[in-house]
Design a binder for this molecule. Structure first.
Ligand code: NAG
Ligand code: NAG
Ligand code: NAG
Ligand code: NAG
Ligand code: NAG
Ligand code: NAG
Ligand code: NAG
Length: 543
């Protein structure tokens, strides 16, 4: 199993570097060669000017001498993901997930003889009810961890209620804490087998404390593990660089090799497919919006934060057309629009109608009984929009019915966790017994105004393009409609990926020395792990 990354990239980049050096001078050469050198501290050159998207002098065919462009547009970067859904790998992972949840599902585990039950392990997935995308990722990360560690999954409840329990249901192969405590008592695990009900917690958001890179979690003896603060696709993929080969192999099995971009299975989509489903009322609202016809062909998600930027709309219209073309859809395909900004939906409808049927969930017209008593406004209107909270769930499951493509557009944040999970879930429907055999695309729509400094502003780890936001992203790009990974990358191992200075700093806190082009120095990580003090936090439950 390869580890540490960067070998492939170093080989490919060297000819390119020679070229660069003649252009930009020795300073750049020193910088770019750093993957070969001892670790760098964060002193990011201000004048690292690779960002000219029109550097045609670097183009020019011929593969002989590595004529790589010094920077790439988002569409260039997306070429790795044009294939969309990686069917073979995703089917392999679908089988792993299904087998896991049969083997470790509640119905089998709760009937184990006491001795076996008491030695069984669990992972807790616990969330608050903040933004749906981020909170869902916490549960999905717990599920992924349970697979990597061969443990059963617990869904944490708050005062007897599942997270978002009014709108979604969880599969019956999961446990609740209440049931675990009960079974622990019934089986007398503490007294008979000396197994107290202890939970080990690990907080991903505390870089100096988390064991995500340095510890072999497979050896942890505590009955329950809670990996906290995992609000996006990144945390689970950190195990790809864990210093213990057992952990790395478990992560590779699930997520694939981060160096071979474009081959990653749709892990989170596949987990979501088996783990959650819309409640009956949400499902009914989705069906009402679709109006009895076929499922939509394409979904457009616009994350606008109350802004109604014309440029964002123009770019999105172009991107829908590209989706129609790339999927070879004929005569007036069906497009569903969801947004945090309802007025935007109304204003974009006439424009889409020019070439497609368009529908959306008009919550004010919908008369579902469950929703009548619920509050109209919520406290985070700025972030979530003025629609009542439950509308986001209807929109989510409505948009995830798209058969061929999901397009993500935005005022500023393209490919948020919410949009990622819509695309990931939609893609799972495209891969089944009845699948038409056609492909599936996830597309990101960027207006040029968002790209004057390249992808630099896609700062959050929850943004799908964050791992591309560094110096290899061209400045002053034109509008982009880019194929997008269904599994947001956790590392920077791909040829066109590069970190922003903020992430080099942030990774340093985790003990990772990242080169300017995103290569991980595995020796220094090993040293870091050897020298850091072990942090072990536990909670003991009375049982
Ligand atoms: C991008 O455009 C701005 C303003 O037009 C200009 O000042 C800057 O030099 C351009 N950058 C590149 C890398 O072309
Ligand atoms: C870059 O090239 C595109 C066409 O490829 C053109 O529309 C754009 O104006 C050019 N930008 C600059 C800064 O020259
Ligand atoms: C996973 O756990 C199951 C019991 O839950 C056990 O039968 C199986 O051997 C374990 N697999 C591995 C690879 O440890
Ligand atoms: C769990 O759910 C599945 C399908 O959702 C159902 O077929 C099965 O009977 C359920 N099992 C139990 C023990 O309720
Ligand atoms: C909307 O976004 C545009 C472009 O970012 C900005 O110029 C404008 O001021 C914003 N409008 C509002 C109402 O926030
Ligand atoms: C959308 O259509 C309206 C007229 O129906 C037009 O004024 C507007 O420019 C169009 N917007 C875009 C982005 O094409
Ligand atoms: C496949 O499609 C047929 C006919 O449309 C339907 O009867 C069947 O239930 C579908 N099977 C699955 C697995 O969705």
């Amino acid at each position: 199993m390869r580890y540490g990354g960067g070998r492939k990239r170093r080989m490919l980049l060297q000819p390119f570097l020679v070229l660069c050096a003649t252009v930009t001078g020795v300073g750049l050469l020193m910088l770019a060669l750093r993957p070969l050198d001892p670790p760098i501290t964060v002193d990011f050159p201000r004048d690292f000017e690779l960002g000219d998207s029109n550097s045609s002098s670097f183009d020019g065919g011929g593969t002989g001498f590595g004529r790589e462009k010094p920077c790439a547009t988002v569409e260039d970067m997306g070429k790795d993901f044009e294939i969309g859904l990686v069917k073979k790998e995703t089917l392999r992972v679908r089988r792993i997930i299904e087998d896991h949840f049969v083997l470790n599902g509640a119905s089998r585990i709760r009937d184990l003889p006491p001795e076996q039950f008491c030695s069984h392990g669990f992972v807790l997935g616990k969330t608050a009810e903040a933004g749906f995308g981020n909170e869902m990722y916490k549960v999905l990360t717990a599920a992924a961890l349970s697979i990597m560690l061969n443990r059963s999954l617990i869904i944490g409840q708050t005062r007897g209620k599942y997270p978002f329990g009014d709108y979604i249901s969880y599969s019956n192969f999961t446990f609740t804490m209440k049931e675990i405590k009960l079974l622990w008592r019934q089986n007398d695990c503490s007294r008979k087998y000396g197994r107290q009900l202890v939970m080990r917690t690990d907080d991903f958001e505390k870089p100096a404390q988390t064991n995500v890179l340095c510890s072999n979690w497979k050896e942890w003896k505590q009955p329950i593990i809670w990996f906290q603060g995992t609000t996006d696709a990144v945390a689970a993929q950190f195990f790809l660089k864990n210093i213990h080969s057992q952990m790395r192999n478990a992560a590779f099995d699930l997520f694939g090799d981060p160096q071979v971009l474009g081959s990653q299975p749709n892990v989170f989509g596949e987990i979501m497919r088996v783990l959650v489903s819309p409640s009956k009322d949400v499902e009914a609202a989705v069906n009402w919006a679709i109006g009895g016809g076929e499922n939509p062909d394409i979904s457009l998600h616009m994350r606008m934060l109350m802004n109604r930027s014309i440029r964002a709309v123009q770019a999105a219209l172009h991107c829908i057309k590209k989706a129609i073309k790339s999927q070879h859809l004929m005569s007036r395909p069906k497009v569903v629009v969801v947004s945090d900004t309802p007025t935007l939906v109304e204003s974009i409808m006439p424009n889409i109608s020019e070439f497609a049927q368009v529908l959306y969930f008009d919550y004010e017209k919908f008369k579902g009984k469950i929703f009548e008593g619920l509050p109209k406004k919520d406290f985070r209107v700025k972030d979530w929009g003025p629609a009542p909270r439950w509308v986001a769930f209807v929109d989510f499951f409505l948009a995830s019915r798209a058969k061929y493509a999901v397009v993500s557009g935005a005022h500023r944040r393209v490919g948020t966790t919410y949009a990622q999970l819509i695309a990931a879930l939609a893609a799972t429907r495209n891969l089944g017994a009845n699948s038409s055999g056609s492909s599936f695309s996830f597309l990101s729509s960027f207006q040029s105004t968002m790209l004057t400094e390249g992808l630099k502003n896609q700062i959050g780890w929850g943004h799908v393009w964050n791992r591309y936001a560094g110096p290899l992203s061209c400045h002053n790009q034109t509008n982009q409609c880019a194929f997008t990974p269904l599994l947001p990358p956790g590392w920077w191992d791909g040829l066109r990926q590069s970190p922003i200075p903020k992430d080099i700093n942030r990774l340093a806190a985790y003990g990772i020395r990242l080169s300017a082009l995103g290569t991980v120095d595995s020796d220094s990580l090993q040293n870091h792990c050897n020298s850091r003090k072990n942090v072990e936090r536990t909670i003991t439950f009375n049982s």
